[in-house]
Each structure stands twice: as C-alpha cells, then as structure tokens.
Design a protein around this ligand. Structure first.
Ligand SMILES: NC(=O)c1ccc[n+]([C@@H]2O[C@H](COP(=O)([O-])OP(=O)(O)OC[C@H]3O[C@@H](n4cnc5c(N)ncnc54)[C@H](O)[C@@H]3O)[C@@H](O)[C@H]2O)c1
Length: 327
C-alpha cells in the first residue's frame, strides 16, 4: 500500500515507518522537522519536508504523489504541560492541521486514515485499566484536541466516507537498535532519567508526591514504541472492518518512583531526585486497557516489563549519547 505518514520523522512515527517498510509498504513521510530528525527516517521512505499548517504544501504533496491509499497521522504537539499553559497552540496546531490533512485526503480520494490519538482523552483517574467505553473527559487541552479530531473524523466519515481508526495510548517508551526518543526540549520521564543517570542532567524532578497512590507519585502505563508501531500497522487492517477506536496499554501501571528505581537498576547508576509541585492536568492514576485490541488482532506486546523497556532506551542512549545528529 502507498502510505503517507505525517510526523514520520518523530519518535513513534519513525518506528512505525520502519515497520511499514519491513512489511513491504511504500512510505512517504511529511514532516516539518520541528521535533523530528532526518536521520530517523528510514532510507527506503521518501521524506518531504513541509508544514501541515501550509495547505498548499500538503496539496502539492498529494498532487505529486498520486495514488496514496492511506494516511497515518502522527504530526502534532503532544505535551500535557505545554497545553495547560498555551491551549491556543493545541487548537491551532493539532486541530486545524489535522483538518488540513483530512481535506487534502478527501480531495485526493484517500479514504483510509489512522489517527495516533491519546489516552489523555480519559482524564478521570481510575484504578482499573481504562477501556474504550470509558467516558471521554479530557484532562488537558492536549487531550481535548485529540477528542475533537476524533469527533471531526466522525463527521468526515459521514460526509465524505473517510474510514478511520483511532489508537489511544499513554506513554510510549523504549527504543529500537537505531531509533529512539530525542525531543528537544525533552520532557518525557524515561529519557530524562537516563540523562540524569548519564550525568548530563543534575537532578530529576518528581512532580508531586502527595497523590492518592501507594507511594504518593503518579501511576502510568508504559508501552514499548515497537509494540505501538506494530499496533499502528495492524490498525491499517482494522480499517477493512470500518471505523474503529482502540485503547492500547500494557496492563500494569508503574509509579514515578518505581520508574526511577527501575532506571537506577538498569543503568547501575544513582539518580538524584527532588520533589516539585504537582503539574496541572496530571490525574493520579491512568492505565489504558488493550483487551479489545489484543482479542481482535492477537496483538501481544513484546515488551511487557518496565525493565526491558528501559533497557532498550538505555542501549540507544549509549549508542547515541547526543541523540540524533541533525544537519
Ligand atoms: N510520545 C508519547 O508518549 C505519546 C503518547 C500518546 C500519544 N502520542 C501521539 O503520538 C504522536 C507522535 O508522538 P511522538 O512522541 O512521536 O511525537 P514527536 O514530536 O516525536 O513526533 C511528531 C512529529 O510531527 C512533526 N510535526 C509536528 N508538527 C508538524 C507540522 N505542523 N507539520 C509537519 N510535521 C509536524 C514533528 O517534527 C515530529 O517529527 C502524537 O500525535 C502524539 O499525540 C504520543
């Protein structure tokens, strides 16, 4: 299949592009490299540097690359904290830009769309893994932006016949041999801990230790980026059955303190920590269930324990201590 991957130079997109190419698909990456890296794009994929804010550039992409059969949409802002400070960016960059891609897809008769959504749609803290029937009640403008994209997609389905699959998950983590997490600035817990372990950062800040959880720190589930990429590729098949929504998770949640302890064990280093105030938009416990996806696709995460997930990230960190070398 001929597939356009928006944000395919980014963390999850680049690993998915790799999986797609391994499966024999023909892949085009559209990315403005604001967070993505040229070096992360599989050499077998064609990288088009462009911004989804620019309707013309996405239209000329479709004009030039006739016969695109599916869009996988990863490009977006994805930081809860940032969205609590600058909600306008999440309306402008996430919602409007998704609509720009959708409009171009409709114009060029592309009917299949996979949305990399977020489980942050479900903002209500829950001790049970959150399934697809949970109430959509976003915890932040970031979650809200993805909830709105899902709603817009429903209208594009009704009006233009777009078939879509939305995958909602919490924390992507880990790395492959060649591809890893390198956001600038980095705000994600595992790469920050590994930088602290490597001595590149003096202190790791825990945002709140007074939550109603066993050790007072927030509990989340972590899913390996390769397992996520495999799920995105399966979502393309899911479209054969029509529009669908799936939550993806790793069954078990880990507290921030447990993640810190595991990072210390994996790296064999100690990590200095300090406790800061709670971060706005952070519910105490969030774990996604992936029961439905597992049953329907026999999808089984390869990396189920936190130790193996962090080990892959540490190996990547040691192989690329300064991350990607952008030109
Ligand atoms: N990282 C996570 O833990 C996580 C969890 C849940 C959902 N998600 C979702 O997965 C997707 C990818 O996340 P990620 O962590 O790989 O992010 P990322 O920032 O690494 O990747 C996003 C990519 O999109 C590109 N991009 C951003 N705005 C663009 C624009 N206007 N035009 C063209 N390209 C643009 C960036 O350059 C980057 O390469 C996001 O949609 C995010 O909401 C991520």
């Amino acid at each position: 299949m001929k597939i356009l991957v928006t944000g395919g130079a980014g963390y999850i997109g680049s690993v998915t592009v790799w999986e797609l190419i391994e499966k024999g698909h023909s892949v085009f990456v559209f990315d403005n490299l604001s967070q993505g890296h040229r070096q992360a794009v599989h050499p077998g994929a064609e990288l088009v540097v462009g911004d989804l804010a620019d309707k013309q550039s996405i239209e000329s992409f479709f004009k030039k690359h006739e016969g695109i059969e599916a869009v996988m949409h990863f490009a977006s802002r994805a930081l809860v904290g940032e969205s609590m400070r600058y909600p306008d960016l999440y309306v402008r960059d996430n919602i409007v830009q998704a609509v720009n891609v959708l409009d171009a897809a409709v114009r060029f008769n592309v009917e299949r769309f996979v949305l990399s959504s977020t489980a942050n749609l479900f903002g209500r803290s829950s001790s049970k893994p959150i399934d697809e029937d949970a109430v959509i009640e976003p915890a932040s403008p970031y979650g809200e932006s993805k909830a709105m994209i899902e709603r817009i997609l429903k209208w594009y389905e009704k009006i233009f016949g777009i078939i879509f699959c939305s995958l909602r998950y919490f924390n992507a983590a880990g790395a492959t041999k060649t591809l890893g997490e390198d956001h600038r600035p980095e705000t994600h817990i595992i790469p920050l801990l590994l930088r602290a372990a490597a001595g590149k950062k003096s202190m790791f800040t825990i945002y709140g230790d007074d939550y109603p959880t066993p050790d007072g720190t927030c509990v989340r589930d972590y899913i390996h980026v390769q397992d996520l990429a495999a799920a995105h590729v399966l979502a393309l098949d899911a479209l054969d059955k029509g529009t669908c929504f799936y939550n993806l998770g790793n069954k078990r949640g880990f507290s921030v303190k447990e993640v810190i302890d595991t990072a210390c064990r994996v790296t064999g280093r100690s990590i200095d920590t300090s406790v800061g105030p709670r971060r706005a938009g952070d519910p105490p416990v969030l774990i996604a269930s992936s029961e439905r996806f597992r049953k329907e696709f026999e999808w089984k995460p390869r990396f189920t324990d936190l130790e193996s997930i962090i080990s892959t990230a540490w190996e990547w960190h040691n192989r690329f201590p300064n991350g990607y070398q952008d030109d």
